[in-house]
Design a protein around this ligand. Structure first.
Ligand SMILES: [Zn+2]
Length: 446
């Protein structure tokens, strides 16, 4: 393994940074199943140039002494991952035994979320959570807080400190949960409007955004969902995040609660919650008509493979979504998911597709976790690839850690084989450094 050499010059302006390594990103969406894709940009042993936190380009030649140079030769450098569905307060219940979704919420999740009413708990939890994301190579995320206004504020404040792209909002829940986790339509609307005024489009470089966040149809009344839809209609720059069709018992419950709706997804559609900035987690138990509705509205699905396997929720049909043209990203859904590592989730995504007779290439998987996610969120001008003037959210990875992965890496015959093995065998232990807008935000100690 190469030694890490930092070449410092006392006269170097700190805002010019050059990272040397094997650069990998995507110029477009790789076609499904194509291993020799023109959308893959691989630049072995190149320098990635970053000035004022933005990517300026890349080159094979060593840059001049006006750059602060960090030599990661022999390592992989990629855009930071984007986790499009994850719950901050659920770090405390990750890896909880023995339940399906609805029992899991009542037994583990709701008690954990109650604690976030305390501002000190919310602040410490937000900081621990965002630092954990950065230590897993995730530099941007779409995040659930709790019903408490203070929990969303804590996340926004902690993300602003770190300069991260963060999309979050106060969770809306006015029924079917413990009293300590319930709001009501009027107070929820006031809290949302106040949070939007204070945080949406704010933070360093305007990287914070508000997501209207009904937890899911069973825990919001029709009146509350309608209020959420009205907020979205009033400002098209707002995001919306929720869950849909994760588990069969949940789908049956929604059908009892909303008998007038054609389907679970239709509840959201009828109340104005589906639009190009809507991120719906799971979407396992959808039909073709639902997928057409998603396409029509421009909404996207966040596939949460480790969560779906862990809770026994079902197998997401990525090929059907892709065939319809619905954007799909990959998400950890911690604490239903079992790891914040996007590689582990991508490996689970591969296994879920394999069970359906589909093969997920490393290109399709890694694109979905970087540029594809950025496209779905309308953020390709900012992140997800190494294009000029995007913010330098960048991660440096070891190609292989430990004798098994190192031996596998050494015998790879072509680029896809090597990257696929990396995706399957790596995790947060491979992460060397994370940069957010060109600023180092995580660095491995050893
Ligand atoms: Zn979730």
């Amino acid at each position: 393994m190469p030694s890490e050499t930092t070449i410092k010059s006392s006269s170097t302006p700190p805002n010019r940074l050059a990272l040397r390594g094997d650069l990998l990103d995507f110029s477009a969406q790789p076609a499904w199943g194509v291993l020799d894709s023109p959308a893959v940009r691989f630049q072995p042993d190149h320098w990635l140039l970053i000035a004022d936190g933005r990517i300026q380009g890349s080159q094979a030649a060593e840059p001049d002494e006006s750059w602060h140079k960090v030599d990661h030769s022999g390592r992989l450098i990629m855009p930071g991952f984007v986790d499009t569905h994850v719950h901050c307060p659920q770090l405390d219940v990750i890896a909880s035994y023995g339940t399906e979704l609805l029992d899991w919420l009542n037994t583990y999740t709701f008690p954990a979320e109650c604690r976030y009413a305390d501002p000190a708990v919310a602040q410490a939890g937000a900081e621990r959570f965002l630092d954990a994301l950065l230590a897993h190579g995730t530099t941007a995320a779409v995040v659930f807080s709790t019903v408490h206004k203070v929990s969303a504020e804590a996340l926004f404040a902690a993300a602003a400190e770190r300069g991260m792209r963060l999309i979050t909002g106060k969770v809306l829940m006015d029924r079917h949960a413990p009293a300590a986790l319930l709001d009501d339509v009027a107070s929820a609307e006031r809290d949302c409007i106040d949070l939007i005024d204070r945080w949406h489009g704010q933070g360093p470089r305007g990287r914070l955004a508000y997501a209207v966040t009904p937890r899911f149809a069973p825990t919001s009344s029709a009146a509350q969902l309608a209020m959420a839809g009205a907020l979205c209609r009033a400002d098209a720059s707002l995001y919306m995040q929720t869950h849909v069709a994760e588990n069969r018992a949940e789908v049956r419950w929604v059908s009892d609660l909303f008998p007038q709706a054609r389907s679970y997804l239709d509840v959201y559609d009828q109340l104005g919650l589906l639009h190009p900035r809507a991120v719906l987690a799971h979407g396992i138990w959808l039909d073709d008509e639902d997928r057409q509705a998603l396409l029509r509205r421009g909404a996207q699905l966040a596939f949460c493979p480790s969560s779906n396997l862990f809770l026994g929720s079902g197998l997401f049909d990525w090929a059907a979504a892709a065939g319809t043209g619905v954007p799909v990203s990959v998400a950890s859904d911690v604490g239903g998911g079992t790891s914040l590592s996007m590689q582990r989730n991508l490996l689970d995504a591969y296994k879920v597709q394999a069970l359906a007779g589909q093969r997920l290439s490393a290109w399709a998987a890694l694109h979905a976790a970087t540029r594809g996610a950025a496209e779905g969120l309308g953020l390709t001008h900012e992140l997800g690839h190494f294009g000029t003037n995007t913010l330098a959210d960048v991660c440096v990875w070891d190609w292989a850690c430990g004798p098994v992965a190192q031996a596998r890496d050494a015998v790879a015959q072509n680029l896809h084989e090597r990257v696929f093995a990396w995706m399957c065998l790596s995790d947060e232990r491979n992460l060397v450094s994370s940069y957010v807008a060109g600023k180092i935000s995580y660095h491995r100690k050893t």
